[in-house]
Design a binder for this molecule. Structure first.
Ligand code: URA
Length: 435
């Protein structure tokens, strides 16, 4: 029988952990019998020394089995889940999910909340008054059967080991480790029950992986876990150097997602959402990706994806007019500009710092139980490559309180760089990785 002490000593010596040892660790984390100091010590050892592919897969499967696995087999068709490793202004799920559902492919998706500088789909959806994301498993499945689309918060018992580990990782500087991120993401995806999984692995300043090499390594690690677990996974490496779209913050992002569904959204978020949707439809149907892309574009241009989202909002207790009509969502009472200090081109708009400024305005939380201001955030009037004049507003800050405005403005002054020449544009989608 292993002990936590023997596991720590073995990992410290750089030796691989057995299935029994990993199972012991995950069981002890889930039932609370391993003290946080021993769990934290192992997380730090993993962060520094890494895990082999076998250890990472064992850890992932043990975490996936630490709670209930959702059984979606009663819903006809191939169910494809989509997961982003986290970014700033990433409202793609609000667009991709209804587009895919409007193409006739069922979407049964459980999402998370934002933590730190990154946003989360559940917080965005809850900016729509009355909308509930706390569906029972039965209600969730019934809604997918009826309208083909449900977006819900993860049930309390989905991969509980990940919840406990993530909370400690967040406090012990052990979030950005490839085996720990891969096991965290994939344990939840395996437990959530979809047949196939599309991963949006972010790279850049606002992502956990700052370089393409690291993002590719993370993507390969998750694709391999999927292969070993019998669940096909495709990963797209997509850019998160600057925020996606122009809106950052919960109701502002819902508004922008609706703009995309009405055919008038920013080009980058529209393109990424359509690419992800086409991949999901292709994975579900086996049809050619270029055919699927045409179907997704049609679902956007004929308004059927917008109607699908409105139907989902109605089914989850919100007023569908928040989606179909303009101007229904509440606006923050205080709106202040951030001005350019020089004339020239925006050379950099650091996504992480923009996310931090948005948090300071009230859009994010530093602790899981913190309330957020759904109307808070930023609207970027300019993006990298745009020419600006000194004194011209670069973005608008939305908030309900004055107290953090100057701190947010200070963070933005570090986020925005202005130079004499426009930057080389970065690709939106870097690579695709699959088994
Ligand atoms: N998203 C997750 O779900 N887990 C991580 O560890 C990082 C991003």
């Amino acid at each position: 029988m292993p002990t936590m002490y023997s596991i720590l000593a073995k990992k410290r010596a750089g030796l691989p952990l057995s299935g029994e040892e990993i199972g012991f660790f995950v069981a002890g984390v889930s039932d609370g019998t391993i003290p946080d100091y021993q769990t934290s010590a192992l997380l730090m050892a993993i962060c520094i020394l890494g895990l082999s592919p076998e250890e990472t897969t064992r850890l992932t499967l043990a975490m996936a089995d630490s709670g209930e696995r959702t059984d979606l087999s009663g819903i006809p068709g191939v169910k494809v889940d989509k997961h982003s490793t986290g970014g700033v202004g990433d409202k793609t799920t609000l667009i991709t999910a209804p587009v895919v559902a409007a193409c006739g492919v069922p979407v049964a998706k459980m999402s998370g909340r934002g933590l730190g500088f990154t946003g989360g789909t559940i917080d965005k959806l809850e900016a729509i008054p009355g909308l509930s994301t706390n569906l029972t498993l039965e209600g969730f499945k019934a809604q997918v059967q009826k309208i083909g689309l449900a977006l819900a918060a993860q049930t309390g018992n989905l991969a509980p080991a990940d919840k406990a580990l993530y909370a400690l990782r967040d406090l012990t500087a052990t979030v950005d480790s490839i085996p720990l991120i891969a096991s965290s993401v994939m344990s939840k995806k395996l437990a959530a029950g979809a047949d196939k999984i599309l991963l949006d692995v972010k790279v850049g300043a606002g992502a956990f992986m700052p370089t393409i090499e690291q993002a590719e390594e993370l993507a390969r690690c998750m694709v391999d876990i999927g292969r070993l677990a019998g669940r096909p996974v495709v990963a797209l490496i997509t850019d998160m150097e600057a925020p996606l779209g122009r809106a950052v913050g919960n109701s502002l992002e819902v508004e922008e997602a609706i703009d995309v569904l009405k055919g008038r959204g920013p080009a980058d978020i529209t393109e990424l959402s359509l690419t992800l949707a086409a991949h999901m439809v292709a994975m579900a149907t086996g049809d050619r990706p270029d055919h699927c892309r045409v179907r997704c574009e049609k679902a956007l241009s004929d308004g059927s994806a917008l109607i699908k989202l409105a139907e989902m909002v109605g089914a989850q207790g919100g007023d569908p007019r928040y989606i179909t009509e303009d101007g229904y969502l509440a606006k923050a009472p205080i709106i202040r500009p951030f001005m350019a200090t020089d004339s020239g081109y925006i050379t950099r708009l650091d996504a992480r710092l923009v996310g931090e400024a948005s948090m300071l305005l009230g859009a994010g939380r530093t602790r899981k139980d913190q309330a957020i201001d759904p109307t808070a955030g930023l609207v970027l009037l300019n993006k990298p490559g745009d020419a600006v004049q000194a004194g011209q507003p670069v973005c608008l800050l939305h908030t309900s309180h004055n107290h953090n405005l100057s701190a947010a403005l200070k963070v933005l002054s570090r986020a925005v760089s202005i130079g004499d020449t426009p930057p080389t544009p970065r690709p939106l989608i870097h690579t695709e990785i699959s088994a």
